[in-house]
Design a protein around this ligand. Structure first.
Ligand SMILES: NC(=O)c1ccc[n+]([C@@H]2O[C@H](COP(=O)([O-])OP(=O)(O)OC[C@H]3O[C@@H](n4cnc5c(N)ncnc54)[C@H](OP(=O)(O)O)[C@@H]3O)[C@@H](O)[C@H]2O)c1
Length: 298
């Protein structure tokens, strides 16, 4: 694959996109690039103050497209429902959903609904959000759902019991679990879309190592900062999945360089366990039960 950059993004004029966690790091750069190419981008952020600052940063570039802020706290399923309900009062369709927000290795803590914070925010919140917006995505033009995973998915293992039990908390293990869950969700959603004959794309992206606020809880990661890419480059795999006309549903895209830590978008290595169809189905079914959501892909 030739070096793919933002200059390859076709016009996004007329497209409506939601980017979660758009006030910093990869989300901000993803939203900025989409708006610069003409999209209307909804910055779905949990903090009004930080969200407004992000709006100002993007507007400063005088983008071709437009941006607005909508409040969304992925650590609360009630907030996810409020967000989708409010979105539906203003929009009939959605073209792009970028499930980007995330937390990494925080101290042991739980979401409002009693889930371990990383699985709750990174995975469950986005599952619920995608389910809530699914009808609008079906009405979209070349609709796509992009869910952020990580190199950390490779050590991730699904342990359904640990979703709401933090008595044996290990921050890196739970982060890996949340990111393999995100990748399994993207792949399973793709398969269900194909089976249902729905022309929507579901892909996953990872940004290798990118300098952002994600490392805030982790001194070791911050020490490695010098190896990391700038957020504008780290956002390219997400942007590739979101906009490249030839991108394939069900793909997993990351940087093509050294150990997938740096570089330009290319197909990335998927851990073997992601291909376990039974495990993906169990995860989907359990998630529906835990989040009390019926996500019927039809
Ligand atoms: N940076 C990397 O090297 C790297 C590597 C692999 C994967 N990733 C993935 O990339 C994604 C983006 O991370 P980033 O590196 O850009 O980190 P970041 O700069 O910390 O951005 C994370 C975003 O998620 C938001 N967020 C956190 N908790 C939330 C919640 N409960 N509800 C709504 N939004 C919430 C944050 O909002 P606040 O500002 O309000 O906290 C922030 O906007 C994550 O999914 C991460 O796992 C990053």
């Amino acid at each position: 694959m030739k070096k793919w950059t933002t200059s390859n993004i076709p016009s996004q004029s007329g497209r409506t996109a939601i980017v979660t966690g758009a006030n910093s790091g990869l989300g901000l750069e993803t939203a900025r690039a989409l708006a610069n190419k003409g999209a209307h981008v909804i910055l779905a952020c949990r903090s009004e103050e930080r969200g407004k600052q992000a709006l100002d940063k993007i507007k400063y570039d005088k983008p071709q497209g437009s941006v607005e802020l909508a409040l969304l706290d992925l650590s609360s399923l009630e907030s996810v429902i409020k967000f989708t309900q409010s979105f539906k009062t203003q929009y009939n369709t959605l073209d792009l959903l970028i499930n980007n927000a995330g937390v990494m290795t925080p101290p042991a803590s739980k979401t409002v609904d009693g889930f371990e914070l990383q699985i709750g925010v990174n995975y469950l919140g986005h599952f619920a959000l995608t389910a809530g917006l699914f009808d609008l995505l079906k009405q979209g033009n070349d609709p796509r759902v992009i869910t952020l995973s990580s190199l950390a998915h490779r050590w991730g293992k699904i342990e359904l019991n640990s979703f709401s039990d933090i008595s044996n908390y290990n921050s890196w293990r739970e982060y890996g679990q949340s990111k393999i869950a995100c990748l399994m969700f993207a792949i399973e959603l793709d398969e269900r879309l194909r089976e249902a004959g729905i022309s929507m794309k579901s892909s996953s992206a990872h940004p290798g190592g990118t300098k952002t606020d994600l490392q805030r809880h982790n001194l070791m990661s911050r020490v490695l900062d010098f190896m990391y890419m700038e957020a504008s480059q780290g956002a390219l795999p997400s942007l590739y999945c979101a906009t490249e006309l030839s991108s394939v549903s069900g793909s997993y895209i990351g940087p093509d360089g050294w150990f997938e830590m740096r570089g330009y978008p290319a197909p990335a290595k998927i851990a073997k366990q992601v291909h376990d169809k039974d495990c993906r189905k169990q995860l989907w079914d359990a998630t529906e039960k835990m989040a009390e959501i019926n996500f019927d892909v039809s």
